[in-house]
Design a protein around this ligand. Sequence first.
Ligand SMILES: [Zn+2]
Length: 200
Amino acid sequence: MLPAAAALLLATAALPGATSTMKSTSAAPSPAVCALGKMSACGLPSSVVIDMSKVRIQRTDAEWRSRLTADQYRVARKQGTEPPFENQYWDSHGDGVFFCVGCDTPLFDSKHKFNSGTGWPSYWQPLEPAFVAETVDTSHGMSRTEVHCAVCGSHLGHLFNDGPQPTGQRYCINSASLKIMPRGEYEAWLLKGGTTGPAR
Ligand SMILES: [Zn+2]
């Protein structure tokens, strides 16, 4: 399922359910976007970074409900939090890349995953900063940095400043917002994306 989903990537905006699925493009690329012909710091072909950062996916509530499981919907679309130590990836040591469950954008790499002891998958940096956006979350009487997918807006988790070096950051992410693609499949996907770019 994952390879097909990955192949769809942002083409999801123009595929099944597309009649009521909308996408829009922004003329202004993120500052984090690399120049054409270069590779981003994380190794994504710049064409992939640029094309994907332009796309914004919007779906109706009914579309989200049909695409996601109940847990995925509650976490990704309703700012929910899954229980620690009782989620898919907190203790995952597989080699691969974690994609957004809402739109198949690559968000985190297992190379940047560490054992935070919190019971949630934790990363010391995102795969590509342009794909992970931040907002201030003042719910529950706290002021925290919420992180979400920059492409489809799905809630991912929170960002803290008590992570390991080299960044000192801790992206505390809900497994329900992610799905892993094994390294080999990811590299094949990159080759494909690097030559054709994701659908616009
Ligand atoms: Zn997304």
